[in-house]
Design a protein around this ligand. Sequence first.
Ligand code: PEP
Length: 229
Amino acid sequence: MIYAANFKTNHTRKTTKDYIKKLQEKIVTKKTEDSVYIFPPSTALDHFEGDFTVGTQNAYPAQNGAYTGEIGVEQLEEFAIKTILIGHSERREVLGESQEIVSAKFAYFKEQGFEIIYCIGEPLEVREQGDSAVMEYLLAQFEGIDTSYEDLIIAYEPIWAIGTGRSATVEEIASTHEALKKTVQKPLLYGGSAKPANIKEITSIRGVDGVLVGSASLDVESFSQMILS
Ligand code: PEP
């Protein structure tokens, strides 16, 4: 299983360091086949050693240059960061990243040999229209994306389940993952209000290869409980 923590705009450089130290101590007993990812805010990126991968939540598709407020590959290389989240719904919805921008980022970071966790997910009004509307919406988020890229992990994150405390049901996750796996044969994570109370249920679903966790990853006790569940 893959357990990925997305801190979003939470935690500082100091609290991230403390978190990672504690996490490392707690996950010494994790299954060797399980892998752990942490996506802290950009200011907390650093060289961290341990049985986990630290990635960036975002970066601009350039080595460096005149991109005020952004970080590029040069800043990531300083900390040997080679993993990136692309297509998160908050970047699409709040930061206005179109499919064109998302796919340009994907192409650039693929070219740079980054491991990519590529996020897709539908809004509630699409989910309410039924399974075929959901699949049509999700497949459109693969436009311009090389789904055969070897270092690719997909995260299915229904937008209405993110940060709401309301996870998708077992049936919704199972049927969507099954349908997605017909198109993309890559590790497939579920994201959306995954927490210690539902982690076992979610990771037991066929077609779920791991979880991308926001809120419940902010507390190291809660995230490590999920990893060790
Ligand atoms: C996320 O934003 O990637 C996410 C899954 O958030 P949460 O766990 O808080 O729903």
